[in-house]
Design a protein around this ligand. Structure first.
Ligand SMILES: Cc1ncc(COP(=O)(O)O)c(C=O)c1O
Length: 462
């Protein structure tokens, strides 16, 4: 496509590009826009609008968003209170440097201190989850004077050098990220118990502390700065730890002077039915990182919030990190509005009630779908694990399968889109993470469509 703007030609940009033409939009997307984690060149559906739990394309076809886009639209598309807060802040002040005092920055920091567990008191604002985790591990290393970080295999912590090195999922290999000092531990994956154990109660990995202690024995605890984990694993399979796991990890960390960083980027801000996933187990981490649901993703925003002990230390030592857009006023204003809306509209209560109803319905569906091996989740953070055989639990597709190897999963996603249901999967797990404020009617509609899609899975396990 010929360039319309060049040094000689200074035509008005608005007049020059036919962006009202969906075919042109799709063509440029395929050839001049680079898409995350993908081979390039594919033409996308062109989305023209959204409201609540639904979005639609240029043909007017509507899709129920059972993934909340990237599990970030916790209050759905175009929530009027969040949109209005952004508009009002844009009229008042779009940007002011991070060192300046700003009402919206202070208000959001105070709100976060109020809703985070334990003695988390102080927040560094970022532009997303990766920058929050990157800053967290840097603080942990400076504060402890130690270098190693323990992270888990089934994890995703972001796409920067450091956070991809912490990430255990296959994107880690794709990028050859290799920050020194990362030590891995196994995951408390109760449906597929690690190391051949048959009962979670006998499995040191699922107990947490014993597995970590063994690793620390080899690594030397005095060299370990922090453990970082997703309290409920998101992208890598919606894995809810058994009761006692997180408490045991927290205790072991405390015993050895190791900081506990919980990555609540996906699980936080109401996704599990509580403000933070750790609230289900009364665990008090040293650092909480978050992003996504904090403002339903309307403006890029992440947070790294620290305990009183770390906040006191940061009075004497400079924060080892910074961003031009730290505490961006538009992001902070949208965060305040989103948290207020979640509280006023009881989004967490809705997520808890409907999440439970969703899992009950899924277990009922399991009676007629042989491919449905496991149903798990908390609040609106749910997943179903598909198998070839319920007895052996052989996965329907191999770990991290893509392309032909993931054929039945891809077929279900494709059929879902044709039937107006937007879903996503990793390996053999389909995530079911609609907005927290989805209506009961929409949720059951989505499950009815899913019921039809699972016949594709059943056919693949026969
Ligand atoms: C648990 C977790 N941590 C960190 C990240 C990275 O967040 P971002 O993409 O905003 O950098 C993600 C993104 O999906 C995530 O799920």
């Amino acid at each position: 496509m010929a360039a319309i703007i060049n040094q000689e030609n200074t035509m008005s940009l608005a007049e020059s590009y036919p962006s009202h033409d969906p075919e042109w939009v799709a063509q440029v997307h395929a050839t001049q826009y680079l898409q995350s984690w993908s081979k390039q060149g594919g033409k996308p559906r062109v989305i023209t609008g959204g409201e609540g739990s639904w979005f639609w394309d240029n043909h007017g076809k509507r899709y129920l968003d059972f993934e909340s886009q990237l599990v970030n639209l916790n209050m759905g598309h175009q929530h009027p209170k969040i949109v209005e807060a952004i508009k009002q802040q844009a009229d008042r002040l779009c940007y002011i440097g991070p060192a300046m005092g700003s009402d919206v920055r202070s208000e959001l920091a105070a709100m976060i201190a109020d809703i985070t567990p334990g003695n988390i008191v102080s927040t560094f604002f970022t532009t997303g989850g990766a920058a929050a985790n990157e800053t967290a591990i840097r603080i942990a290393r400076h504060f402890t004077g130690r270098s190693k970080i323990v992270a888990r295999y089934r994890s995703y912590h972001g796409a920067t050098g450091g956070t991809l090195s912490l990430t255990g999922d296959p994107r880690h290999h794709l990028t050859r990220a290799d920050m020194p000092g990362v030590v891995r531990m196994l995951d408390p994956y109760v449906y597929r118990l690690p190391t051949g154990h048959r009962d979670p109660a006998d499995c040191p990995v699922c107990q947490g502390g014993p597995h970590l202690e063994e690793i620390l024995m080899y690594e030397n605890p005095n060299t370990v700065a922090a453990v970082i984990l997703e309290p409920v694993v998101g992208t890598n399979g919606i894995i809810v730890p058994p009761d006692g796991y997180l408490q045991s990890i927290a205790e072991t960390c405390r015993k050895h002077g190791i900081l506990l960083i919980v990555d609540e980027v996906m699980a936080g801000f109401g996704r599990t039915g509580k403000w933070f996933a750790v609230d289900h187990w009364g665990v008090e981490p040293d650092i909480i990182t978050a992003a996504k649901g904090i403002n339903s993703g309307y403006v890029p925003l992440g947070t790294m919030s620290v305990s009183q002990e770390l906040a006191d230390w940061l009075v004497d030592y400079p924060l080892p990190g910074g961003l031009t857009y730290a505490g961006h006023p538009l992001a902070c204003a949208s965060g305040i509005a989103a948290i207020r809306a979640m509280a006023e509209e009881d989004a967490l209560g809705n997520a808890t009630r409907l999440g439970e109803a969703m899992r009950d319905e899924l277990w009922t569906m399991a009676e007629r779908h042989p491919c449905l091996g496991d149903v798990r989740g908390l609040g609106m953070f749910n997943g179903i694990e598909l198998v070839k055989d319920r007895e052996t639990r052989e996965p329907l597709v191999p770990f991290a399968a893509k392309g032909d190897a993931a054929a039945p999963m891809n077929a279900m996603m494709k059929a879902g889109m044709e039937k107006g249901l937007y879903l996503s999967f990793f390996s053999n797990v389909i995530r079911l993470t609609p907005p927290l404020n989805i209506s009961e009617e929409d949720m059951f509609h989505g499950l009815k469509v899913l019921d039809e899609l699972l016949e594709i899975g059943d056919a693949a396990c026969a």
